[in-house]
Design a protein around this ligand. Structure first.
Ligand code: CMC
Length: 437
C-alpha cells in the first residue's frame, strides 16, 4: 500500500499481488482527527470487501456533531470542549447545540426550553402499557417497550423527509424520556405515576417524577438538581458508539424514529456499554472491602476468568476519559455538599482505581476508568436505585441519538446500512433426502 503525501490529492493505492492489478482510493480529511481512506468503490474496482469486526478502523458516516481524540482525552460537542459545557452550560442548552449546531441566543434558549417543557406529558393511553410488565421488570426492559410504543402514537412523525416533523419528533423524544423513565421507576415501586410540572427545569422535573408521591411532594435540593443536570450533559452524546450506530443503522431503512431510539436503548443496556454503571456498583458491592481488591484485580487479568473490571477501558479513550475527571470531581463535591462523610463505596472505588492504574496489565493496555466508573456512586448518593442507572444514561443520550438520526436522514450520501461478511460456512453442496442421510 502506498500513500501519496500530497495532502490535497492524497490517495492510497492497493496492488493485488496475485493479479498485479492496482486501484487507487482518495484520502479524505475532516476538521479534526485522522484522515480516512474512501473505500466506497473498493469492491467495484477490486472485488474485495474489508474485514473489520467491531468497526475498530471503520468510519461509518460523516458527522459534524461530536469529536473525540482518544489519545489526548478530548471530547468536543459542535467544537465546544465538554469541560466548558459541564461547567457553564445546562442540559437543554447542550441539547439545542447538538440538534442545531450552534449555541442558542437568549430568545432561542427561552423558546427551546418552553418547547421541551410543553412536550413532557405522555399520551394518557401510554400509561396502560406499563401494566403489561411484571412488577419486577428491569426498568430498561420497560424503556425499550414504552419508547418503541411511542411510534404507534405519533403517526405525523412518519414523514421523515419533512424537517419540521423531524424536529417535532426530536423535541417530543427529548421531553418525554424523563417522564417515561420516571414512570418506569414508579411502576417498579408500586407507586402512582407522577405527572410533569411545567414550572420546573428539566432535571428538577425528572427528580420530582422519580421521588414525589401524591401524599408528599419532593423538595428539590438545588445541589442534587445541578448534579443531575451536569450528569445529563456528560452523557449527552459520544460520537458513533454502539447505541448511536444502532440508531443510525435502524434508521437507515427509513424506520420510525421512536422505534429507532428504542433499538438504541436496547444496545445501551449491555454491560459493555451503558449497563456498565449498574455493573460497577454491583462489582464494588461484590468486592466489599479494600482488602479484597488485589484478588479481584487478579481475576480481571486472568484470561480464563470472564470477570472484567467494570468501568475500566474504552474503545476510543487510550489516555483518560475527560468525562471521568469531571465525574470524579462532581462525586467528591456532591458528597461534601450533601454532608455525606463516609462513603465506603467511594473509598473502595478510589483504591481500586489507584491499584489498577499502577498495575502493568492495565498500563500496557491503556485501560483507564471510564465515565461509568464514578457515575454510579453519584447516583447512589442522589438516592437513585441501581436498576435505574442505565435508564438515566438513556434519558441523557436520547438527544445524541436523535441529533445523529437527523444528521443521517439529511446526509446526501446516506444509504441503507448493509455490511458484508467473510463467509466461513459450508461451501455449496447438494441436498440429501432424510431417508438417505
Ligand atoms: N478489565 C480487564 N481487562 C480489560 C478490560 C477490563 N475492564 N477492558 C479491556 N480489557 C483487556 C481485554 O481483555 C484486552 O486484553 P488482551 O489484549 O490481552 O486480549 C484488552 O484489554 C483490550 O480490550 P478490548 O476488549 O479489545 O477493547 P474494546 O475496545 O473491544 O472494548 C470495552 C472496550 C469498554 C467494551 C471494554 O474495555 C470493557 O468491556 N470494559 C468494561 C465495561 C465498561 O466499563 N464499559 C463502559 C464503556 S464506556 C461508556 C459506554 O460506552 O457506555
Amino acid at each position: 500500500m502506498s500513500q501519496d503525501s500530497a495532502a490535497k490529492n492524497a490517495s492510497v493505492t492497493i496492488r493485488d499481488n496475485t493479479t498485479g492489478k492496482e486501484a487507487t482510493f482518495p484520502i479524505l480529511t475532516g476538521t479534526e482527527g485522522p484522515p480516512v481512506i474512501d473505500i466506497r468503490r473498493l469492491y467495484a474496482e477490486t472485488g474485495y470487501f474489508t474485514y473489520d469486526p467491531g468497526f475498530v478502523a471503520t468510519g461509518s458516516c460523516e458527522s459534524a456533531i461530536t469529536y473525540i481524540d482518544g489519545d489526548n482525552g478530548v471530547l468536543l460537542h459542535r467544537g465546544y470542549p465538554i469541560e466548558q459545557l459541564a461547567e457553564n452550560s445546562d442540559f437543554l442548552e447542550v441539547c439545542y447545540l447538538l440538534l442545531n449546531g450552534e449555541l442558542p441566543t437568549p430568545a432561542e434558549k427561552t423558546e427551546f426550553d418552553y418547547r421541551i417543557t410543553h412536550h413532557t406529558m405522555l399520551h394518557e393511553q401510554l400509561s396502560y402499557f406499563y401494566r403489561g410488565f411484571r412488577r419486577d421488570a428491569h426498568p430498561m426492559a420497560i424503556m425499550c417497550g414504552v419508547v418503541g410504543a411511542l411510534s404507534a402514537f405519533y403517526h405525523d412523525s412518519l414523514d421523515i423527509s419533512d424537517p419540521r416533523q423531524r424536529m417535532i419528533a426530536s423535541h417530543r423524544m427529548i421531553a418525554k424520556m424523563p417522564t417515561i423513565a420516571g414512570w418506569a421507576y414508579k411502576y417498579s415501586q408500586g407507586q402512582p405515576f407522577i405527572y410533569p410540572q411545567n414550572n420546573l427545569g428539566f432535571a428538577e422535573n425528572f427528580l420530582r417524577m422519580l421521588f414525589a408521591t401524591p401524599c408528599e411532594d419532593y423538595e428539590i435540593n438545588p445541589v442534587i438538581a445541578k448534579t443531575m443536570d451536569r450528569i445529563l450533559i456528560l452523557h449527552a452524546d459520544h460520537e458513533q458508539n454502539a447505541s448511536t450506530s444502532t440508531v443510525r443503522l435502524a434508521g437507515s431503512s427509513g424506520a420510525n424514529p421512536f422505534a429507532c431510539i428504542s433499538a438504541g436503548i436496547a444496545s445501551l443496556w449491555g454491560p459493555a456499554h451503558g449497563g456498565a454503571n449498574e455493573a460497577v456498583l454491583n462489582m464494588l458491592s461484590q468486592i466489599g472491602h479494600t482488602k479484597n481488591i488485589p484478588e479481584f484485580v487478579e481475576k480481571a487479568k486472568d484470561k480464563d476468568d470472564p470477570f472484567l473490571l467494570m468501568g475500566f477501558g474504552h474503545r476510543v479513550y487510550k489516555n483518560f476519559d475527560p468525562r471521568t475527571k469531571i465525574m470524579r470531581e462532581t462525586c467528591h463535591s456532591v458528597l461534601k455538599e450533601l454532608g455525606i462523610k463516609d462513603e465506603p463505596l467511594l473509598d473502595l472505588a478510589m483504591e481500586l482505581e489507584r491499584i489498577a492504574l499502577e498495575d502493568e496489565y492495565f498500563i500496557e493496555r491503556k485501560l483507564y476508568p471510564n465515565v461509568d466508573f464514578y457515575s454510579g456512586i453519584i447516583f447512589q448518593a442522589l438516592g437513585i436505585p441501581t436498576s435505574m442507572f442505565t435508564v438515566l444514561f438513556a434519558v441523557a443520550r436520547t438527544v445524541g441519538w436523535i441529533a445523529q438520526w437527523n444528521e443521517m436522514v439529511e446526509d446526501p450520501n446516506q444509504k441503507i446500512g448493509r455490511p458484508r461478511q467473510l463467509y466461513t460456512g459450508a461451501a455449496k453442496r447438494e441436498y440429501i433426502p432424510v431417508s438417505k442421510r
